[in-house]
Ligand binder design. Structure first.
Ligand SMILES: [Zn+2]
Ligand SMILES: [Zn+2]
Length: 510
């Protein structure tokens, strides 16, 4: 069957390669094609280390070295032991019957060596006879008991692992997890049960090539239930604030209105700093360099970050989160954003160089802090493993303090709805994706940031604009956070200035 399908595939591939060769012949001169062939020959002969031929290993082994975090947290107590079935016979009655029949009582088992001693407390599962009437039926294994009264066989219930020192139990099979890896910031626990339903399910999902590889390199496949217990401190989870700028707002020589215009053009309209300087010069006859535009923004971001924290208010019961990819000095970085599903306000934002568990936890921790009365918030996010890992950490931390869990969550995987859960929660994923596009529009003019502080500055200003100034169509033209103080202010630049006034009136530590 496999051979046939390969046969059928081969001509299609051949036709595609031939048409590609024909396209090359149409586009290039003879000398160029000779050069191309020479390069390809060198690659095939292994003489070109700089050119790597595409490898289909990952396509054939999609589960190889996959980092997954199980959505279920571990159990904090062992499951209750299974209730033994009630004996259907009565050993006392059987003994009495024996005595009536044989004229003498049934004697207990005579032990020849101390090794054959059956511990007190073990009873026959069929008639309830005590250990005196039981003997081991399988020699050294000592797992099966034979009853002298009813002749029945019973199993000895063994504990597979000492559970008195364990703290976490597998949510699938109930067995105690063993400590697998210890690192400074995280301790990993693993379920070692070969009959665990989670392990068997993961094993069944492997394709034939993966099963073969798994037998050779079992450590390269994550199949068993793993729980990562992170050790983040309170200080590590603080939301970073923009740095103090070189220019103090009080020392900006231009009147306040200029600062409002700078923010209106650069943030609200999403113009670049050079374009903002150009507009100020040509529309308003205000001479300002593009560097001053950047400095003004940096100066405004420091108090506006405090304003964001102080005025955003409580978070919604349902929030959606995602990370936007940005560039800082041509390196990858990420902005984590969490938006309320009802009010459409940005509850949490965090700029980071990595999308790891710590940074996802910092962003989510702020959502939890904004939840009124320690309420449990439902989160919707994508398949990034850092989110469920962070939720497990924050929930475990709250449980230790005797509080209800901070979060419940659903993950929406991929671009298509392949399961009911993705279909149900997809609208909230789309909500955060729309926010990501808006964020990109208002920060795209920066064309990549020069520093982490620059990225954070623009993010703070974007959030202030989005939450307090930007009218939202689904809120009938209102802003996500309605501030009455802005109602009487007619122009955008004046509203920016009003926001700054309110921000500067806040105490420094807010
Ligand atoms: Zn019995
Ligand atoms: Zn298990």
């Amino acid at each position: 069957m496999g051979f046939l399908s390969k046969e059928r595939r081969q001509p299609t591939l051949m036709r595609r390669i031939e048409s590609f060769a024909a396209w090359i012949c149409r586009k290039f001169l003879r000398a160029e094609i000779e050069l191309l062939v020479a390069v390809l020959m060198a690659v095939l002969a292994g003489r070109r280390r700089d050119i790597v031929i595409r490898d289909d290993f990952r396509q054939k082994h999609p589960h190889y070295r996959q980092f997954i975090v199980d959505p279920n947290p571990p159990a904090t107590a062992p499951p209750p032991p299974p209730k033994p079935a009630e004996p259907t016979l009565d050993w006392r009655k059987l003994c009495a019957d024996y005595e009536a029949k044989h004229g003498k009582p049934l004697t207990p088992v005579r032990r020849r060596s101390p090794k054959s001693h059956v511990p007190a407390g073990l009873t026959c599962q069929h008639c309830g006879a005590p250990s005196d009437y039981l003997s081991f039926n399988d020699g050294k294994l000592r797992s099966q008991l034979r009853c002298k009264v009813c002749k029945g066989l019973s199993q000895v219930q063994r504990r597979l692992r000492r559970t008195d020192r364990a703290n976490h139990w597998c949510p699938y099979c109930g067995l105690a997890l063993y400590r697998w890896k210890v690192k400074p910031h995280v301790t990993s626990y693993k379920c070692g049960n070969d009959h665990c339903p989670a392990y068997l399910h993961a094993l069944a999902r492997l394709n034939r090539a993966e099963k073969k590889l798994q037998r050779q390199r079992p450590s390269q496949f994550s199949l068993r239930y793993i729980y990562r217990d992170y050790h983040f401190s309170r200080a590590q989870l603080q939301l970073p604030a923009p740095d103090f700028s070189r220019v103090a707002l009080s020392r900006i020589h231009s009147p306040d209105n200029v600062l409002g215009l700078v923010l209106a053009y650069h943030i609200s309209c999403g113009l670049s700093s050079r374009m903002t300087a150009w507009c100020l010069r040509n529309i308003h006859q205000i001479r300002l360099s593009y560097q001053s535009v950047l400095n003004y923004c940096q100066a405004a971001a420091v108090p506006l970050h405090r304003l964001n924290l102080a005025y955003t208010g409580p978070s919604d019961p349902l929030c959606a989160g995602d990370e936007v990819f940005i560039k800082i000095n041509s390196d990858r970085a990420y902005t984590f954003l969490f938006i309320g599903a009802e009010s459409h306000k940005i509850t949490s934002y965090h700029v980071a160089d990595k999308r790891d568990t710590l940074n996802a936890t910092i962003a989510m921790n702020h959502v939890a802090r904004c939840a009124p009365g320690g309420r449990t918030t439902h989160l919707v996010f994508d398949g990034l493993a850092a989110y469920p890992a962070g939720v497990h950490f924050l929930n475990a931390d709250r449980t230790k303090r005797g509080l209800p869990p901070a979060f419940t969550f659903n993950q929406v995987f991929g671009l298509e709805n392949l399961d009911d859960i993705s279909e149900q929660w997809r609208p909230f994923k789309q909500l955060i994706e729309r926010l990501n596009r808006t964020y990109r529009f208002h920060t795209r003019a920066a064309c990549g940031f020069d520093s982490m502080n620059g990225a954070l500055t623009l993010t703070v200003l974007f959030v202030a604009y989005y939450n307090f100034l930007r009218p939202h169509s689904s809120l009938s033209g209102d802003r996500p956070v309605h501030l009455d103080q802005l109602d009487a202010v007619p122009t955008l630049q004046a509203r920016w200035c009003k926001l700054l006034d309110m921000a500067l009136a806040l105490p420094q530590a807010a």
